[in-house]
Design a protein around this ligand. Sequence first.
Ligand SMILES: [Fe+2]
Length: 194
Amino acid sequence: MITRDEAFELLKKYNKDEFHIQHALTVEAVMRWYAKELGYEDEKDYWGIVGLLHDIDFELYPDEHCLKAPELLREGGVDEDIIHAVCSHGYGITIGNGVTIDVEPVHEMEKVLFAADELTGLIWAAALMRPSRSTKDMELKSLKKKFKSKGFAAGCSREVIERGATQLGWELDKLLEMTLKAMAESEDMINQEM
Ligand SMILES: [Fe+2]
């Protein structure tokens, strides 16, 4: 398997925007947190690398998101199971060029990636509205309010997040609570790396 350092180098080859790097590091950390939490401790590096690489094609090829990724990842020597996981986070989503991604999340890791990815965007947008600009003092109640407020971070699809929870067989609240916790516990580490 590709090492974490190799994966980070590969990500930075195609992503220069700080926002995208931060998002990748956030999803990596959240995936590692979930691996531990859900009893996949020995797979946490693997879950993390999937999180780190999941949006590799988005900065340069937004209209081919999840379609261009296999090519970039194969060139970088990434295994097919990671490529499958990366592509599955677009399942059922119609991308800019009109194609609907049909790679279904199968492994629990893939379902977590699908559910948590879009949600980390919403949580981060909510954090930036706070005086602390942090997730660490954010309460679940306030996140739920932001989730329900359609005008807030309208680009973060509530439908995708809800579908993510359903695919996992979880209540939405469980997904919100766990992902907020994962982000709050990882925030300092991510800031250090930025
Ligand atoms: Fe993402």
